[in-house]
Write a protein that binds this ligand. Sequence first.
Ligand code: SF4
Length: 691
Amino acid sequence: MTTVKSTCPYCGVGCGVLLTPDGKGGLTVKGDPDHPANFGRLCSKGSALAETVGTDHRLLAPRVDGQDTDWDSALDLVADRFRAVIDEHGPDAVAFYVSGQLLTEDYYVANKLMKGFIGSANIDTNSRLCMSSTVAGHKRAFGTDTVPGTYEDLEEADLIVLTGSNLAWCHPVLYQRILAARKARPEMKLVVIDPRRTASCDGADLHLKLAAGSDVALFNALLAEIDRRGMLNQDWLDAHVEGAEDAIASAHACDPAITGLSDADLQAFFDLWIGTQKVVTIFSQGVNQSSAGTDKVNAILNCHLATGRIGTLGCGPFSVTGQPNAMGGREVGGLANMLACHLDLENAEHRDAVQGFWSSPAMPEKPGLKAVDMFKALSEGRIKALWVIHSNPAVTLPDADKVRDAVKGCDFVVVSDITERTDTARLADVLLPASAWSEKSGTVTNSDRTISRQRTVLEAPGQAQPDWWIMAQVAQRMGYAGFDWKEPVEIFREYAALSGIAGQFGRDFDISNLSQIDGGAYDAMQPFRWPQGPAKEGGRFFADGAFYHAGGKAKMLALTHRPPVSVQDGARPFRLNTGRLRDQWHTMTRTALSPRLSAHLPEPFVDMHPEDAAHLGLKPADLVRLTSPHGTAILRLRQTDDVAKGDVFVPMHWTGETAPAARIDALVAPVVDPISGQPESKASTVSAEAF
Ligand code: SF4
């Protein structure tokens, strides 16, 4: 059997895989030794991929009101119902909720259909829950959503700081690369900043167990100390940065005691960070999923900008994306407040250029509803037709019971997925069977801007079809031109050509050199990192000090600490932190199919400090009821001082399908960052009692 190169469908590391079909509907999976993300490594999830293919769990035919039907009937119904709602209530009465699991080509079609043809920006994505604070922070600092660094920087740094990132479990191959670099260069240091002791702390030189939500105070304290020690890079600041004076003044005004860290820990961190030129600060959901997420991102960026530690080998802030194609989604403008190719929805020239390129009848002038607001609009009846594509918002959004009820109450709900066994799919009026990983073909972009191919190696079962095809069929049936592609390569060519417009506006994302790529070259495409060519030598941005704000300078922001919105009190004394496990992915639609992955941590649990458990009269393995104003969960107790007193940690993966009492996002308050709209998924407050 022929071995095919593809990409892992899980996290944003974007590991290359070698897939060999067995001729019986299965395949074997190995790490691709030539892929620049992993050089052959795979984590537990990637190496168990072969156990997750098959047809047992699959949705095999379009289904309307619970009855199997044919594609023509289902697609006509979707097009007719969306058309009727738009005609009666206007384009903002419909919405798409999509996913960082989508391939770039799929994402492009969804964005083009909603923004350019339906004429609304009501398309948002589960990436809103993942990286939107980083997007907003990058745009404020750099003028565009640019990830400056590359994976090589993680190996070349002399100090790695992990903040709000359990990299060992959530991006395991990147963590393995860092460990290998530390083995080769034992002088390389690792600092972990996290209220919780995680697997990433094993072997770290320093773990700062900061108070939940105090990241701005910590990085403000670092910036003030950089100034105090005379370590500002004044020449760089003068030439390339605006706002430094105000940002530094705000940093001095911020009280480091907010972090809850000892002076000794703070000084140890300052000594390491300030005393090491080659620093990479990696950040992820612990920073982003906050009502102050955008400020937290900018607090980190401020420190790198103040020292000029950005854009050179082994230096810079580095956001690691959660999903396999969160970056591709950002590149095609798959968020409610973005246009394709890093163009701005609120810029009239950008809008006109994209509309002209698409020859489209419409283009929204204002951002659409971000995820939490979208489902609020659904619950209020303002959204009357919803299409959910490869996501499970009835489990994963904050206040998930209310979201589930909103989906249930919506006039018309379409779900495209590979399975009907999700909480959201169970509520759909129309289910559309989509091709799964290994059955579909397209591109994804990983955390360091490397674009890789996912390739087809297995036949899609039943009537399953690629997402781009499903959306293009609906678009054509709604009467729209420009959706008659036959193959994903045609969509990629169009997208690449559109990026040339972004290049004309001086934006960072331009792959227009691929706008004529033929099918053979697309099939053979090797992983490549954008930008290509000598302009940004080494694939890093900003070494030349050229940023994307008008005037070409970066911006430092004056920031003040804002605590989490939910307040601990006598009624709800615990702060609820949610997060991932090593061997599960999202709501487990794929990983739960692997017995060995499920064996790692087989049931939902709550981690609680032993003194808190004793205070409540709880013993190890007792069942505990957590309650917030929004919902309740029943979980097995694990006593551990990995969590601080007053904190509890619960994994996010279980659903109404797998453990109905453990849908933890039902307890999470629908509080969002005012700039990014990203929910505060790690700082709700709950009560706890024996069940
Ligand atoms: Fe897949 Fe991420 Fe594991 Fe790589 S690190 S194998 S991309 S889950």
